[in-house]
Design a protein around this ligand. Sequence first.
Ligand code: NAD
Ligand code: MG
Length: 342
Amino acid sequence: MQPENPNSSRRAMVGGLATGLLGAAIVPASAAAAPAGGNAQGTPASAPDVPLLDPRTAYKQPPFETQQQPWPGLTGKMKPRPDHGETSYKGSGRLKGRKALITGGDSGIGRAAAIAYAREGADVAINYLPAEEADAREVADLIRAAGRKAVLIPGDLKDEAFCRKLVADAARDLGGLDIVVNNAARQFSRKSILELTTAEFDETYKTNVYATFWVTKAAVPLLKPGATIINTTSVQAYDPSENLLDYASTKAAIMNFSKGLAKQLAPKGIRVNAVAPGPFWTPLQVTGGQPPEKLPEFGADSPLQRPGQPAELAGVYVLLASNESSYATGQVYAAVGGAGGP
Ligand code: NAD
Ligand code: MG
């Protein structure tokens, strides 16, 4: 069962993190001058308390139904359908007027980021594969329902020329670019290195590493001070599974690339961070990312005894895109359910 509003406590958590990042010493003078007994910009005393959310039971625990879909998979065919915050994420204007591009924004973690960004006031362009048009349209509807502009740009990120066009088209249609989320990925489980073909190895590196390089390279000249790049790495970068040699090593490359790029772009005022998810319930996992026979127990070995839902990462993507994380660059923020990761 899904909770009524799991996001409320998530937002409280992220708000707490942001306060820690900024520090009390630089609270704006206007806030410091709030009348005694209340902060002019704080939560009204009349607002209802936020109920505690038990992370163990907040979402469905294994076992899951046996299921497989042809890659890249569709959200609507997953049982249960993942939660991307559709009914729970509440924005508070933290990204008002920003322009964001999210690769793999049609489903999973990218969809959760897209919904949250729109509800925080950003216009959002998403990239995805043509086979995912149905998922992409749902995301576009959600972005528009939040009163923001949605731009759909299907295409294959394994093609460098397409990556350049994607960034140019996104910037043209959005009227600029402030947030770039490199999130698309390919993941297929292979028991042995002897089963992993050169063509597959190449496809995984092209999708996960080269596309991140190509999209970022095209975007950097368009980004102004204060813009942010957010790359999706993984717990696999730190604790690789034996059946994901190609995928896990691309995630280590993305983590390392993010840290080096953060140093390179800091003098331009552009921040670069990465997000490291643990096991999350997304199409990636039901289309070959996990061995099909292990899927029913997906996430069971995590200390929280369940996989995460994409909605549980939305706040992290928002934080890294927003001014509230202005001293965070070259960092990896994780949500891994308790084991491994940075
Ligand atoms: P997902 O399947 O919903 O998203 C992956 C997306 O990648 C797809 O929707 C697809 O649009 C895109 N994609 C793949 N190949 C592409 C190509 N050649 N061209 C264009 N787009 C392409 O799954 P997800 O789990 O939300 O994945 C999002 C990110 O999260 C990925 O970087 C993944 O590695 C990372 N991640 C996921 C998990 C997890 O357990 N689900 C764990 C750690 C990291
Ligand atoms: Mg998808």
